[in-house]
Design a protein around this ligand. Structure first.
Ligand code: 5GP
Length: 205
C-alpha cells in the first residue's frame, strides 16, 4: 500500500508551523519528513526533531551521491529531504508531508508526478507584516528583509496545484485534510494502492 506524498510550502509568517503540527495530530497516518540542514539550530531546536543539523561538507557529500530526493539553498543555508527515508515511508504506505520551499516543491513535482503540492498564503499582507513583526525585538530593516523574502516566495504560488489561505486555523486544517484526501484518490495513487483491481481491468475480458 504505497503512501501519498504532499508538499506544503509557505512564506515565513503564514502560520505554517502551527498548521503542520495540528495536521499531524489530526491525521495519525501522516508523517512529516525531518529535513537535513546546514543552518545552525535555533534556541529550543533539537537535532533529529526539527532538523538533522549537519556540516556543509557532509551535506554536499550526501547531495553528490544522490542522498536527497530534493534539496535547495535558502537564505544561504542548504536544506534537503532524505531520499532513503522518503522511499521507506511511502513504501510502507505512510502518507508523507514535506515542509519545503518553492524550489524543493518544483523538484518533487518533477520527480513524483503523483504527489500534490500545496501553497499556504497568509490571510493578508497586513497580517503577514504583523506576524513577521510578532517577536517585537527585530529592527525595521530585518522586518523589511523578511517581508521581501516572503513576497518573493509568494510569487511562485501559481506553480502549485492547491492554494490555501490560512485565516482561521480550523478551516485551514480542514482544507488541507481535503487536499490530502483528494491526493489519495488520484489515479496514479489508486493504481499503486489497488494493483489487482486495475490489472483486472487492463486484461481482455
Ligand atoms: P527555517 O530555516 O526557517 O526552518 O526554514 C527556511 C526555509 O527552508 C523554509 O521555507 C522551509 O520550508 C525550507 N525548508 C526546510 N526544509 C527544507 C527541505 O528539506 N528542502 C527544501 N527545499 N526547503 C526546506
Amino acid at each position: 500500500m504505497p503512501g501519498t506524498l504532499i508538499t506544503v510550502t509557505a512564506p515565513s509568517g503564514a502560520g505554517k508551523t502551527t498548521l503542520v503540527r495540528e495536521m499531524l495530530r489530526h491525521d495519525p497516518n501522516l508523517r512529516l519528513s525531518v529535513s537535513y540542514t546546514t543552518r545552525a539550530p535555533r534556541a529550543g531546536e533539537e537535532d533529529g526533531r526539527e532538523y538533522h543539523f549537519i556540516e556543509t561538507g557532509r551535506f554536499l557529500e550526501m547531495r553528490d551521491v544522490g542522498g536527497f530526493a530534493e534539496w535547495a539553498e535558502v537564505h544561504g543555508n542548504y536544506y534537503g529531504t532524505s531520499r532513503a527515508w522518503l522511499a521507506e515511508q511511502l513504501g510502507q504506505g505512510r502518507d508523507t508531508m514535506l515542509e519545503i520551499d518553492w524550489q524543493g516543491a518544483a523538484q518533487v513535482r518533477e520527480a513524483f508526478p503523483e504527489s500534490v503540492s500545496v501553497f499556504v498564503l497568509p490571510p493578508s499582507l497586513d497580517e503577514l507584516e504583523n506576524r513577521l513583526r510578532g517577536r517585537g525585538t527585530d529592527s525595521e530593516e530585518t522586518i523589511a528583509l523578511r517581508l521581501r523574502a516572503a513576497i518573493d516566495e509568494m510569487r511562485h504560488v501559481q506553480e502549485f496545484a492547491y492554494v490555501i489561505i490560512n485565516d482561521r486555523l480550523q478551516d485551514t486544517i480542514a482544507e488541507l485534510a481535503v487536499v490530502l484526501q483528494a491526493a489519495r484518490l488520484r489515479y496514479p495513487n489508486q493504481h499503486k494502492r489497488y494493483p489487482q483491481y486495475f490489472s483486472f481491468l487492463e486484461q481482455d475480458h
